[in-house]
Design a protein around this ligand. Sequence first.
Ligand code: NCD
Length: 301
Amino acid sequence: MIKHLVSAEDLDRDILEKLFDTTDSIKNNPKEYGACLDGKIVATIFFEPSTRTRLSFEAAALRLGARLISTENARDNSSGTKGESLEDTVTILAGYADAIVMRHYEDDSAMRAAKASLVPVINAGSGRQEHPTQAILDLYTLRECKGTIDGVSVAIMGDLLHGRTTHSLIKLLARYKNTKVYGYSVKGLGLPEGYTRFLAKAGVEYIVCKSFDEIPCNVGAIYQTRVQRERLADKSMSIDEFRIDAKAMSRMSKNTIVMHPLPRVDEISVDVDSDDRSVFFRQAHNGMYTRMALLKMMIGE
Ligand code: NCD
């Protein structure tokens, strides 16, 4: 198993399959795993807001029998406001805990933390760059719905510039055979060139769509994302043409699932929630189980 999880690139296909099998087993027999992390302490340190990621990590650690030390607003804490370096904060925390789950607003934060830490660091979102544990739960959900990931096509939509979840997802999809990615973004928020190059190098076809109608109706999954207004200078940007509603879904095949890392604002209309193809709430629930599997594999074996 890997020591740190900084980027989705740290995860090869073997590790992913083991993670998914462990997740299946935990979901089926949760009680068997209740003492896996007995005596361990997990630190969650978040320099950016989070609901699902932090709470699902904390629930995962608690369900495995670990204890927690946690800070929700690390940016406002002593280390953040007094100008302590990230490296110093992490060095100290590594003396208190057996693993550090960290979210930070800087792109290179997870890499820097991993370099400074003697205990495993898990990236829970680094600036606009990556969010590998979200990609694990996304892929697990895809696999659960489709039976396999090989040959799956995914249309990523919305804010592909700041959407760190899409960046990590792309990297994991590239681990599988014959996957295909369609990209439909809000103007000026397209997928950065580094990621289009990554896909080309990995032999994954990337097709840019100029309208929702250009996404094939039989695409395997639509992966909608939120426009990250907090990272934009112009906060008033309209996303009306990107909104997915029941009418938009009426064109898509019965096998096209709708995914979203959440939180959703209004880019998926609530009239899609009751559609059998909507799996965004299932993704969020799977997040706790995939994070249990990850913690077990990283510090419980
Ligand atoms: C995402 C994130 O923080 O990158 N949320 C999450 O962790 N599920 C997506 C977002 O904030 O839009």
